[in-house]
Ligand binder design. Structure first.
Ligand SMILES: [Mg+2]
Ligand SMILES: [Zn+2]
Length: 184
């Protein structure tokens, strides 16, 4: 089947909300300035907006699935209050040191593949906005253009040696560039 939809994949922490070391309380969620408007603009330009996030706090026993679900609900409410909607949210709850390896933890490909299948995505026409080299490697392995933002870790996590296609101050600026460089 032809895959004709395009998406912007977003990391959550350090891209949409402020980076917090192990975000385990909904009250710790703080939207980064302009991120809600950026999500609206991307959807307005015809992109599915899909969150892909590693949440090993669950494997580490610091957060329950119920707690994660409450955090996701709060995030959606906060975004919706500013008119922004997410098409999908995917989490990896695992960590190799706590319960073994999995296929979904970024830079693993399982979350991207699941989304690509569900939304019939053309990954070459899609983007991945992240604040870590793990996000960039996830994008590269999937054949998606990886864009780095200077919020959150700002690419200084030191996990992988990889360069972004482009770097932006934040999601608002990345989204503006994506929209301006998209064909209708
Ligand atoms: Mg992040
Ligand atoms: Zn996983």
């Amino acid at each position: 089947m032809a895959r004709h939809n395009k998406a912007v994949f977003l990391d959550r922490d350090g891209v949409i909300v402020h980076e917090v070391d192990y975000l385990v309380k909904a009250s710790s969620l703080k939207l980064l300035r302009g991120s809600a408007r950026a999500i609206s603009a991307l959807r307005g330009a015809g992109y599915k907006v899909i969150v892909i996030s590693n949440q090993s706090a669950i494997a580490r026993g610091m957060l329950s699935l119920k707690g994660l679900s409450a955090i996701t609900s709060k995030l959606k409410v906060m975004l919706k209050a500013q008119g922004a909607i997410l098409d999908a949210v995917y989490y990896c709850p695992h960590h190799p040191d706590f319960g073994g390896k999995c296929a979904c933890r970024k830079p693993g490909q399982a979350m991207v593949r699941r989304a690509a299948k569900k939304f019939q995505l053309d990954l070459k026409a899609s983007f991945f906005v992240g604040d870590t080299t793990t996000d960039l490697l996830t994008a590269k392995r999937a054949g998606i253009k990886g864009l780095l933002v200077r919020t959150g870790y700002g690419g200084k996590d030191g996990s992988y040696r990889i360069k972004p296609a482009k770097t932006f101050a934040d999601l608002a600026n990345a989204a503006r560039w994506i929209v301006e460089n998209s064909r209708p």
